[in-house]
Design a protein around this ligand. Structure first.
Ligand SMILES: O=C(O)CCC(=O)C(=O)O
Length: 645
C-alpha cells in the first residue's frame, strides 16, 4: 500500500473539517451503493435515515422531502420519513400518523437527547436547496437536532425536524457564490424563538409558524389550533425561529469522521487487505467520490458500474494492492490442517446423514425425501497435500489474476454482492449476471478444480451424471457470504458441485419461505403447488388436511382457509434449517435434484480472511446463444483428470 504524501494528508485534514472549498462537498457519490459502502455513518440503502442503537447518525435529503422543506447555509428543516407512500403523481404522501414511537422520529429525539451529531447528505433531486448540486449525493456536514415537532397536514399527523449545523463558523460549501463567510457566534445577534405554555396541556411549544403561536403537542386537544380555535392557513416559518441559533455545546461531538479515511489506516496495516475493513468503500483522494471495493485487489474510481464512465473528465484514480499471500495456517484455526473434522452439526439440523468412508474421503449423504440428495465429501490430510491438490490450488489461486469482482445484486437494488465472482465456461446468471470467459482462457488451477468436481459429480450421481460445462469461482474475504438463494434457473442441469478452499464456512439449507409456511406471505394466499416437504411447518397437520381434501371431506374453500390458519400460526420469521454443513478446506459438496433447487435454498458464510468456492454446473446449451457454446468446451489434460486420491 503506497504511503500517503504530505499534500494528500493536508488535503485529508481539510476534508475532515468539511471545507474543500465553496461549491464542492467533502465527499460525494454517484449511486447509493458507493455512498453507503463508504460512509460508516450512513449505511442505509433504502430510506432516508440511518440508525444505530436507536439513534440517528445520518440523514439523507433526497428528492421528496415534502412541503415546507427549508434549507439555508446553517439550518435544515424537513419532514421525518417513515409511513409514506407514493401517490399517483409519484410524490410521497403520509399514510399513517407519526408519533414519538415512530422509529425515525424516535431516533432523532434520541440523538437530540444524547447530543449525537447527525451527518446530512443531500441528493441533487432536492429542489429546496435552490441551487444546482454538483453530484447525485453530496455530503453536507455534521448537524445537531434542534427540534422535532408535529404538524397536522392533509388529515395526518407527521413529524418535522430542524437541524442546525454543528460548526457555525465554518463556511458551508453549498452557500451561494458571493455569500460572505459566517460571523463568529459571539458577534451575532440571534433572537430566541418565542415559546409559551399551552393553556390546555400546560406544555411549552415554540412558535414555529409566523401566523401565530399554537400548541404542537399532538396529544393535546388544542393541538394545531390558533388562539382563535381555528386551524392555521398560512404555514410560513417564523423569522425569529429561523434566525435563532442554539449556542455552541462542546458535549456534542461527531462520533466518527465525516469523511472516513480508510486508506490511511490500511497503509499502516498492509496485511489488512482482505479484512472486513478493507472491503468497505473509500473516498477517492483525488475527486472525493465514494468508491466501493468492486475489485479483488482494490478500488477504481472509474468503476464500470459508475454512471459517468463516458465523461472525458472521469477521475483516473485507482488503488490496486498487492495482496500478500495468505497461508492456509493463517485461515485455519484447527490444531492440525485436515485431520479432525466436525463436518456434521447434528444439533443444528433436522436431517441426519448416512456416513461412510472410502479413502481418502468421508462421505455424508443427506437425502431429502424424494426431492434430492446432498453429498458432502470431507477430505483427509493426505489428499489435501497431493500435487495439484487443494493446498496447492489454494496458494496458486492467490497468485493468478482470475478477474474476480463484486457485482450489483439483482434482487436487492443498490447492493453489491458480499463476495467476488468470476465465471468460466458457459455463461451463467446466478444471483447476479456475470460475464463468462471460455475454458480455453482459464488458468490451469480452474481446470484442476474442474477435474475434481467432475469426479465428485460422477461419484455422487453415477455414470449418468451430466459433465459440467461451467465453473463459477467465488472469492470471500473476512465475514463475506452469499445469502439464501437457489441455483434453479431453467437452463441448469440438476447437479451442482462445489470445492471449498481455505477458510472454514457454514452452508445452510432450508425450505423457501412459501413452502415452509404453505402460503405466500405477501399475497396471503395458500401455495398452489400443494406440497408437504421435509422441513415445513406442521407437516402432520398439513398432510391430514390434504388427505381430508382429497377424500372430499373438506371443500377447496375450507381446505384453503384451514391452510391459511395454519400458516398464520407460524411465529418464526424464517424457515428452520434443514441441513447445516461445516465446509472445511478441500471438502466438496454435490447437490443433486432439480426439485431441490425449486423448493429449497442455501446460503454460505465464510469465517476467516480468505476462502475460494469453485462450483461447477451443467448449463443446457439450448438456453445459450450458439456463438457462446465454445466457451464451455474443454478437454482435461491427463494430470487434470482426478482419480479420487
Ligand atoms: O460458497 C460456496 O460454497 C457456495 C456458493 C454457492 O452457493 C453458489 O455458487 O451458488
Amino acid at each position: 500500500m503506497p504511503k500517503r504524501t504530505e499534500a494528500q494528508r493536508g488535503d485529508d485534514a481539510k476534508r475532515q473539517c468539511g471545507s474543500k472549498g465553496k461549491g464542492e462537498p467533502p465527499a460525494w457519490a454517484d449511486n447509493r451503493t458507493n455512498l453507503c459502502d463508504s460512509l460508516g455513518w450512513f449505511r442505509s440503502l433504502q430510506g432516508g435515515s440511518y440508525q444505530v442503537n436507536k439513534m440517528c447518525l445520518g440523514f439523507l435529503l433526497d428528492r421528496d422531502t415534502g412541503p415546507r422543506t427549508y434549507i439555508d447555509d446553517e439550518i435544515v428543516i424537513t419532514r421525518v420519513g417513515g409511513g409514506c407512500v407514493l401517490d399517483v403523481n409519484g410524490n410521497l404522501t403520509q399514510r399513517k400518523d407519526q408519533d414519538e414511537t415512530t422509529r425515525s422520529v424516535n431516533s432523532l429525539l434520541a440523538s437530540k437527547r444524547a447530543g449525537i451529531a447527525v451527518g446530512l447528505i443531500i441528493g441533487n433531486k432536492n429542489e429546496s436547496i435552490r441551487r444546482k448540486l454538483p453530484h447525485r449525493y453530496n455530503v453536507m456536514a455534521w448537524f445537531r437536532v434542534i427540534d422535532v415537532w408535529f404538524e397536522s397536514f392533509n388529515g395526518k399527523i407527521g413529524a418535522r425536524v430542524c437541524f442546525q449545523k454543528l460548526d457555525l463558523e465554518e463556511p458551508s460549501w453549498w452557500a451561494l457564490k458571493g455569500t460572505e463567510d459566517p460571523l463568529p457566534l459571539r458577534e451575532r445577534n440571534c433572537p430566541s424563538p418565542h415559546s409559551e405554555p399551552c393553556g390546555t396541556c400546560y406544555l411549552f411549544s415554540k412558535q414555529i409558524y409566523d401566523q401565530s403561536w399554537m400548541c404542537l403537542q399532538p396529544e393535546c386537544s388544542a393541538f394545531w389550533k390558533l388562539k382563535n380555535g381555528e386551524s392555521p392557513q398560512l404555514l410560513r416559518y417564523d423569522a425569529s425561529f429561523l434566525s435563532s441559533r442554539e449556542p455552541f455545546d462542546e458535549q456534542i461531538q461527531p462520533e466518527t469522521s465525516l469523511v472516513p479515511d480508510i486508506l490511511s489506516s490500511l497503509s499502516q496495516c498492509p496485511d489488512a487487505s482482505t479484512q472486513k475493513i478493507a472491503w468497505r468503500g473509500v473516498i477517492c483522494p483525488e475527486c472525493h467520490k465514494c468508491v466501493s471495493r468492486g475489485y479483488w485487489n482494490g478500488w477504481v474510481c472509474a468503476d464500470s458500474f459508475s454512471i459517468n464512465l463516458q465523461d472525458p473528465n472521469q477521475c483516473q484514480w485507482k488503488l490496486i494492492m498487492k495482496i500478500p499471500p495468505i497461508s492456509l495456517r493463517c485461515v485455519i484455526s484447527d490444531f492440525e490442517i485436515g485431520v479432525c473434522k466436525r463436518a456434521i452439526r447434528l444439533e443444528d439440523q433436522l436431517i441426519r446423514p448416512i456416513t461412510y468412508f472410502t479413502r481418502p474421503y468421508q462421505r455424508f449423504t443427506y437425502t431429502i425425501g424424494k426431492i434430492g440428495t446432498i453429498v458432502h465429501f470431507s477430505a483427509n490430510r493426505a489428499t489435501l497435500g497431493r500435487p495439484n491438490g487443494p493446498n496447492e490450488l489454494y496458494e496458486r489461486l492467490q497468485k493468478v489474476d482470475l478477474g474476480l469482482r463484486r457485482y450489483p445484486l439483482q434482487k436487492c437494488v443498490g447492493t453489491l454482492t458480499a463476495h467476488f465472482a468470476v465465471n468460466f465456461g458457459m455463461p451463467y446468471k446466478y444471483v447476479v449476471s456475470v460475464d463468462s470467459k471460455s475454458f480455453s482462457e482459464a488458468p490451469s488451477e480452474i481446470m484442476y478444480a474442474l477435474g475434481r468436481l467432475s469426479w465428485a459429480t460422477k461419484q455422487a450421481v453415477g455414470s449418468k451424471a451430466l459433465t459440467p460445462n461451467e465453473l463459477l469461482t467465488l472469492g470471500y474475504f473476512e465475514k463475506m457470504a452469499i445469502g439464501f438463494h437457489d441455483d434453479g434457473e431453467y437452463s441448469l442441469g440438476p447437479t451442482i458441485a462445489t470445492l471449498s478452499l481455505g477458510a472454514k464456512a457454514t452452508m445452510k439449507i432450508r425450505l423457501k419461505d412459501e413452502y415452509f409456511r404453505g402460503c405466500r406471505r405477501r399475497a396471503q394466499k395458500p401455495i398452489t403447488d400443494d406440497v408437504v416437504l421435509p422441513g415445513c411447518y406442521k407437516p402432520e397437520e398439513r398432510l391430514k388436511l390434504q388427505e381430508q381434501h382429497q377424500r372430499g371431506e373438506l371443500t377447496t374453500a375450507e381446505y384453503d382457509k384451514r391452510r391459511m390458519e395454519l400458516a398464520r400460526a407460524v411465529t418464526r420469521r424464517e424457515g428452520e434449517i434443514l441441513i447445516c454443513l461445516e465446509l472445511h478446506h478441500g471438502d466438496m459438496v454435490v447437490m443433486h435434484g432439480s426439485l431441490l433447487q425449486k423448493y429449497y435454498e442455501h446460503s454460505v458464510s465464510s469465517e476467516d480472511k480468505l476462502r475460494f468456492a469453485l462450483t461447477s454446473r451443467y448449463i443446457n446449451p439450448d438456453a445459450v446463444p450458439e456463438t457462446e457454446h465454445y466457451k464451455g468446451h474443454f478437454v482435461l489434460k491427463p494430470d487434470q483428470i482426478y482419480d479420487g486420491q
